[in-house]
Design a protein around this ligand. Structure first.
Ligand code: CU
Length: 447
């Protein structure tokens, strides 16, 4: 019975915790190191944790005892309990449903009701106990990617431990001897389990809170999927031709923006558990890579960048001081990774006068969705979408998002860093579109 309570409690995750806190449950708040959402975020109590479709970013508003908590984009931090001086976390590997963007849900595998799983946060020197229950249909393990630990805790099924059979619970326990950004993922039937979204982040804060201190600290994982239009489950045998490119299993415009104040020191930690590299590019500022999953980069070895490649199995933490107000794009620079799934196989019709060809082909084959590239490019595809062109079931348009000046024509791995003079300290809520001072926007020539 106790196990059931515990599972329900943890599975409901941050949504329930936030609700408990909102209801003024001080006990729950203290016990769970609790998350209180900013006032404008709507959180509701969800009865079935596997139906927590579109979690907003859950903010830990209180500072940790000796660290400034990270903010996981469209995700949350796993609560822990102190047991005789050990931080005890309970991870439940299980099938979940994730909403990638309104209009598209995916059958994923994740932890505690979400994919990616909740972020684990602890402090250098902590003793941690990670209790892993397997509710997946096949065996699993968890590998703690980048952590220095005893070999038998490394989580490689068959090599350093027996596989965790469905229904079994295994306990990992070790002391955190380093600080930085790490990941966790199965090391059992890896290709399938990671293709299904089983992964999460593991943040270890420095023992001395003044070391590597920043004002705002964000993290997310890069994840890719192959979900054919009209279906709901990723194809786990896809090697290269993925069609969904995500930050924390969300696609633009449904990825939360990172909202900061002018003058803030900002860190963004990006982990890559996809099958290809992602050059992450940010507009408006230069940044430095200050940390990899191997540890902190010495100051003398850093250099300014606006793009950093995050290779497969790597993590890169970038840092910058937010100086310039505006809505600044941050995205993967592989152009097809900032697009939605629909229409990548479009026939190349650039420069071809098509007249009513599309209509004629659609009449001949009503069940075949014929969507060629336009004569002048692909921008007209978003126009068609905006005009209400029907998409097949459970998929997303290739180019989407609307800004204050019109269609943004993005999708996939794209979001914004919003820098504002008046973003209050500790407030992560979306300030809306940037209001450009008069005379500072590119304008149509009158000449
Ligand atoms: Cu990419």
């Amino acid at each position: 019975m106790q196990q059931t309570n515990r599972r329900d409690f943890l599975g409901l995750g941050a949504t329930l915790l936030a609700s408990a806190a909102l209801a003024g449950n001080a006990q729950a708040e203290e016990k769970n190191h609790c998350e209180i959402p900013p006032k404008n975020r709507q959180l509701t109590l969800v009865k079935d944790p596997k139906r927590v479709l579109s979690p907003s970013t859950i903010i830990t508003s209180k500072k940790g005892k000796n660290y400034n908590p990270v903010v996981t984009l469209n995700g949350w931090t796993l609560p822990y309990e102190m047991k005789e001086g050990v931080k005890e976390f309970h991870l439940i590997a299980e099938p979940v449903v994730r909403e990638f963007s309104p209009g598209m849900v995916v059958n994923c595998w994740g932890y505690n009701g979400t994919s990616p799983g909740p972020t684990i946060e602890a402090v250098e020197g902590d003793r941690v106990r990670l209790i892993v229950t397997n509710k997946l249909p096949e065996h699993t393990t968890i590998h703690w990617h980048g952590l220095i630990l005893p070999n038998g805790m490394d989580g490689v099924g068959g090599l350093t431990q027996p596989q965790i059979a469905p229904g079994e619970t295994f306990i990992y326990e070790f002391t955190l001897v380093q600080s930085g950004t790490f990941m966790y993922h199965p090391h059992a039937d890896e290709m399938v389990q990671m293709a299904m979204g089983a992964m999460g982040m593991f943040i270890i804060h420095p023992k001395n809170p003044k070391e590597h201190a920043v004002d705002r600290d964000f993290c997310f994982l890069l994840a890719s999927y192959d979900v054919a239009a009209g279906t709901y489950t990723p194809n786990p045998s896809t090697m290269t031709e993925f069609n969904l490119w995500t930050f924390n299993s969300r696609t633009f415009p449904s990825i939360d923006s990172m909202n900061v104040a002018v003058g803030d020191r900002v860190r963004i930690r990006v982990g890559n558990l996809t099958m290809t590299n992602h050059p992450i590019h940010m507009h408006g500022h230069t940044f430095e890579v200050t940390c990899s999953d191997g540890g902190w980069v010495p100051k003398s070895a850093r250099w300014p960048e606006v793009t950093t490649d995050v290779a497969v199995g790597q993590m890169r933490a970038i840092e910058f001081t937010a100086k310039y107000e505006g809505d600044w794009s941050i995205h993967c620079h592989k152009a097809h990774h900032t697009m939605g799934p629909m229409g990548h196989s479009v026939p190349n019709m650039l420069g071809v006068k098509q007249d009513d060809l599309t209509e004629k082909i659609s009449d001949l084959m009503p069940d075949y969705m014929y969507m060629p590239m336009g004569k002048n490019g692909m921008a007209e595809m978003q126009e068609m979408e905006n005009m209400g062109m029907a998409l097949p079931e459970n998929t997303l348009p290739m180019m989407t998002g609307t800004g204050p000046f019109g269609p943004i024509e993005m999708g996939g791995m794209f979001t914004l860093v919003k820098v504002r003079k008046d973003q209050p300290k500790g407030d992560y809520s979306d300030p809306g579109w940037y209001k450009h001072p008069q005379g500072t926007v590119a304008r149509k020539s009158e000449r």
